[in-house]
Design a protein around this ligand. Structure first.
Ligand SMILES: *Cc1c(COP(=O)(O)O)cnc(C)c1O
Length: 470
């Protein structure tokens, strides 16, 4: 087509105003804000102009232009943060939002967020209060700590503690504990940002008491222990326990801090998991400061919890960085309600989703998997092979790295498309269903399914596989 004839075609392209006028007569546009519609129309016209000039010959009829614009606007208006179904069996799935909140926390968020509260107001004295009071007594009661506070997240808590206690001083850390948590949180980098000077001791696999002892100088500000929560060093290993480190700190007059990462308030070995050091263990060992996440094994909202001696916590609170890392009232509301459940461990395990899913026995996963398999067998008939697969779920979130939680899963082998294609279609469904692939089978792990999820998965699988047969 010649340039002149393309120009002729472009003269048929409707104008923005004409399309807006036409939109006024179309019911589908009633819920689209004018601004959004207008920019969708502009984007449509721009793209039609380009494809006409390329010689693609698109329809320039006003109705067709408007239909495209409405489709663009509808896509723009769709929320970006949407709920998904986690069929992966990874309980603390970082990409899928880590811990789910318990009902009490959700309810409290609504109550506190929808009205005024005593966030920083002492009702008894009528004077200004401290926001940390909301959770301080409870945290102390549950862990045995002398004082406590909470900030935005644990990375922030570590940064804040190092900045307060080790600024321009040396912090002694074992080489075996210089961890990267993921998402670019690395202990040496956080140390550099805090102004603490990293003093590495020992080797990757073995660090002895004498390594710490000989590294101590007049410029030592802190002894730091980092819980290697997301990996294990096995074999010829040696590390100094937190109690030994505390003893050394006491004799030398140096503070000791432990970053527990995925700090747990309960001993999971009772529920068939391995024994991990708990928060009360660290406190009992006598550390000056302990930090851990609110949304890992605790099963609460994203937060960084700091426990410690009264003097250390006072010092941290008066650091200006504290304000920058301030915990918000919604988080505090959720945290208080979650922590309150820990007063009765059985109740906590029943009501806190993370704990419930981690403690779920293999027998219980069998019970959950059976009706899913039965329904799928009945409804999928010729489109897929479905079978049980006894596999393992994972804790995720950098906790219990080596631990496999035995789980009875459902394995779907589609006959009309590949397992990868099925995985993608499940992901593109509404709501998105995230599952894993094992040996060319799409795996559904019942451990991380929430009420109603199983039915949605079954229905979606039926739709996708039936369609793929046509
Ligand atoms: C996860 C983790 C952090 C970071 O905690 P966030 O709550 O994700 O900010 C810090 N240290 C350790 C050892 C961790 O495992």
């Amino acid at each position: 087509m010649t340039y002149a004839s393309k120009q002729d075609l472009l003269r048929q392209l409707p104008g923005v105003d004409a399309l807006l006028e036409l939109a006024g007569t179309v019911h589908a546009t009633h819920k689209i804000p004018q601004k959004v519609l207008k920019s969708a129309i502009r984007a449509t016209l721009e793209s039609l102009r380009n494809s006409t000039l390329k010689g693609d010959n698109p329809s320039l009829a006003p109705q067709d232009c408007l239909a495209t614009a409405i489709a663009i606007a509808t896509r723009t208006l769709k929320p970006k943060l949407v709920s998904t179904i986690n069929a992966t069996g990874v309980v603390l799935h970082t990409n899928l939002g880590r811990a789910l909140l318990c009902d009490a926390a959700l309810k409290n968020i609504t109550t506190i967020a929808s009205g005024y509260s005593n966030l920083e107001f002492n009702i008894t004295t009528g004077k200004r209060g401290i926001r940390y009071s909301v959770v301080e007594a409870l945290l102390c009661e549950l862990t045995g700590a002398e004082a406590a506070m909470a900030v935005n997240n644990n990375a922030g808590a570590v940064l804040l503690c190092l900045d307060t206690l080790a600024n321009a001083k040396e912090v002694i850390v074992s080489r075996g504990e210089l961890v990267e948590i993921g998402g670019s949180f690395r202990i040496p980098d956080v140390m550099a940002k805090s102004g603490g000077i990293l003093r590495e001791v020992g080797t990757t696999n073995r660090t002895h008491m004498k390594d710490y002892e000989t590294a101590i100088t007049d410029n030592t500000g802190l002894l730091l222990k980092v819980h290697t929560s997301n990996y294990r060093i096995e074999g010829f290993t040696k590390s100094v326990s937190i109690s030994e480190l505390v003893a050394l700190g006491k004799t030398k007059g140096i503070k000791v801090m432990e970053d527990l990462g995925s700090g747990s308030l309960i001993d999971f070995s009772k529920y068939g998991l391995t024994r991990e050091p708990t928060v009360p263990d660290a406190v009992a060992a006598g550390v000056d400061i302990v930090t851990f996440s609110g949304d890992k094994l605790l099963g609460g909202p994203q937060a960084g919890i700091i426990l410690g001696t009264r003097s250390a916590i006072e010092q941290i609170r008066s650091n200006p960085l504290t304000r920058a890392l301030r915990i918000d009232k919604l988080t505090l509301a959720a945290l208080e309600s979650t922590l309150a459940l820990y007063r009765d461990e059985a109740l906590a395990v029943e009501k806190i989703p993370t704990l419930r899913m981690l403690a779920l026995s293999f027998d219980k996963t069998k019970e959950l998997a059976t009706p899913i398999l039965e329904q799928l067998k009945e409804r999928l008939n010729e489109t897929a092979i479905v079978a049980f697969a006894d596999l393992s779920s994972r804790t995720g979130g950098g906790a219990f790295p080596e631990l496999a939680l035995p789980s009875r899963c459902i394995a779907v082998t589609p006959l009309t498309l590949s397992a990868d294609q099925l995985q993608k279609r499940m992901r593109m469904a509404t709501p998105a269903i995230i599952g894993r692939i094992d040996n060319d089978r799409f795996i559904i792990d019942p451990r991380t399914l929430q009420p109603g999820d199983a039915q949605t998965i079954i229905n979606t699988l039926c739709v996708i596989l039936t369609e793929s047969c046509k």
